[in-house]
Design a protein around this ligand. Structure first.
Ligand code: FAD
Length: 461
């Protein structure tokens, strides 16, 4: 019951750990980020409440066969579905590097043994992690945070609504010392601008609402995007659709050509225009009459509950200003964001970010002054602008993720990352690019797998 959950939250924490600067901390979301945040905060001795609007932990990894009422996901009044998983989804990272640093994503008897397992296995792994870390008692399920605001004296008011079903909901206002935002960023679709689409008669859908290929049977489908989801979904749809036309900004030399090994799949440039007769014209001069446009165009950072009087804003998908993607200089360490960077290995990154947040909240780890943090953020923005990066790439850390991991680790007094992890990440990226149809079944980094297993057996000792 609600009463039991709330009572046990405070009874179970703190135990033998007599950290003097113990804080009361609200964590928003019980996905991978929220779970590891709860573990690290509790290890540090803080009192933690995790708010989760869903019925179970796991976030993205809890598959939901239902879809939103607006298939494009733009109507602000739509029924919102959190997870963007499709039914056939398998991980795009090998399990050896995907897991938390001290809780390897190991093979378990009777479960999905594949190196790139299906989503169910990741959900089970997170269940195991939550049980082993003993953080379930800190989670209030079916409880949505609808307001987080600053109070005088640096504290935070957190307003949440617990859903008891059958239209019964209870609102609770509480005060916390710190708030850690772990609400995920793959739930608010970003849509491509398609000229003339208002008059185009076909259907449009965002990949957030894609589950299974059957609705695309015998259709001519345009897939916009070149992300991992676009690669997986276009291949899956091509097995049932009449034709699939992928519209992408990249791969210039291959426009107009068929995908290798796929008789009904073509690559095109961006869409130039769409017409009332169903025609879609690409910038490369080709055109097709299509039935569906499927936007695999990513997501927007979205924190509808957060009110910081302008201290943190989302501008062209830059959440800022944030020191090292985590702390707003004027509000750190009392407000933090976990899991924002993308094009990375999320679980270990979140784990390191959470160690930093937990240590900073207890003042064991010192943050630079507000001015110094702000200077660092401004220098970072100037650097990426000089490199020609668009603003919406602010949190894309593909070029420096391992430096970022090592920086976080050093800040927390944790060892730097092992070489095999980096090499395995790059080996997988190469294999995925060169062999997008087979990389989950065939690889050559056997020596790295052995090194990973040696490391994992050392951890068990
Ligand atoms: P989420 O998992 O999204 O969890 C956020 C939680 O916050 C949710 O449970 C949500 O209900 C809750 N929440 C949000 N707002 C509120 C609120 N106001 N009140 C209460 N609760 C709230 N990563 C990999 O490592 N390997 C992969 O192969 C991989 N494949 C992916 C494939 C797809 C299609 C997608 C979308 C992502 C993939 N990822 C992959 C990235 C994945 O998102 C991360 O691994 C990770 O699960 C993100 O965890 P999170 O906790 O940050 O967010």
């Amino acid at each position: 019951s609600a009463a039991n959950t709330t009572a046990s939250v405070f009874a179970g924490t703190g135990g033998g750990s007599m950290v003097t600067a113990k804080k009361k901390v609200a964590v928003i979301g019980a996905g991978a980020a929220g779970l590891v945040a709860a573990r690290e905060l509790e290890r540090e001795g803080h009192r933690v409440v995790v708010f989760e609007r869903g019925e179970k932990a796991g976030g993205t990894w809890v598959y939901d066969p239902s879809t939103e009422t607006d298939p494009l996901g733009i109507d602000p009044c739509r029924k919102v579905v959190h997870s963007s998983l499709y039914r056939s989804l398998r991980t795009n990272l090998p399990r050896e590097i995907m897991g938390f640093l001290d809780f390897p994503f190991s093979i378990k008897e009777g479960r999905d043994l594949r190196r790139f397992p299906g989503y169910q296995e990741v959900e089970l792994y997170l269940d195991d992690f939550a049980a082993e870390s003993d953080v379930l008692k800190a989670i209030r399920f079916r409880t949505e945070v609808f307001h987080v605001g600053m109070m005088e004296g640096g504290k935070w008011v957190v307003k949440s609504r617990r859903d008891f079903g059958e239209d019964v909901a209870v609102d609770v206002n509480e005060i916390y010392d710190g708030v850690v935002v772990c609400s995920g960023h793959y739930a608010e679709p970003r849509i491509a601008e398609v000229p003339g689409v208002e008059r185009w008669p076909g259907e449009q859908i965002h990949s957030h609402n894609y589950r299974i290929p059957e609705p695309f049977q015998d259709k001519v489908v345009i897939v916009i995007g070149s992300s991992e989801s676009a690669a997986d979904i276009s291949r899956e749809i091509s097995k049932v659709a009449k034709e699939v036309h992928v519209s992408s900004r990249s791969a210039l030399d291959r426009f107009g050509k068929k995908f290798y090994g796929h008789e009904n799949m073509w690559l095109h440039s961006m869409i130039q225009g769409t017409h009332e007769d169903g025609t879609v014209v690409f910038q490369d001069g080709t055109s097709v009459i299509a039935n569906v446009i499927l936007h695999c165009t990513g997501y927007k950072y979205h924190f509808p509950f957060l009110e910081t009087n302008g201290a943190v804003t989302v501008d062209d998908n830059r959440v800022g200003p944030l020191y090292k993607h985590v702390f707003p200089p004027s509000l750190g360490p009392w407000l933090s964001f976990v899991g924002l960077p993308w094009k990375t290995i999320p679980f270990p990154m979140m784990e390191l970010q959470c160690k930093w947040v937990a240590g900073a909240l207890s003042e064991r780890i010192a943050l630079p002054s507000e001015e110094e943090m702000m200077k660092d953020v401004e220098a970072f923005y100037s650097r990426i602008a000089a490199m020609g990066y668009p603003k919406h790439y602010t949190h894309n850390i593909s070029g420096c993720q391992f430096e970022y991991f090592d920086w976080l680790a050093t800040e927390c007094g944790y060892p730097k990352g092992e070489e095999w992890r980096k090499e395995m990440y790059f080996a997988n990226t190469r294999n995925k690019t060169e062999n997008p149809d087979t990389y989950r079944e065939e690889w050559e980094d056997h020596d790295l797998i052995s090194q990973a297993h040696e490391e994992f057996s050392r951890l068990k000792q």
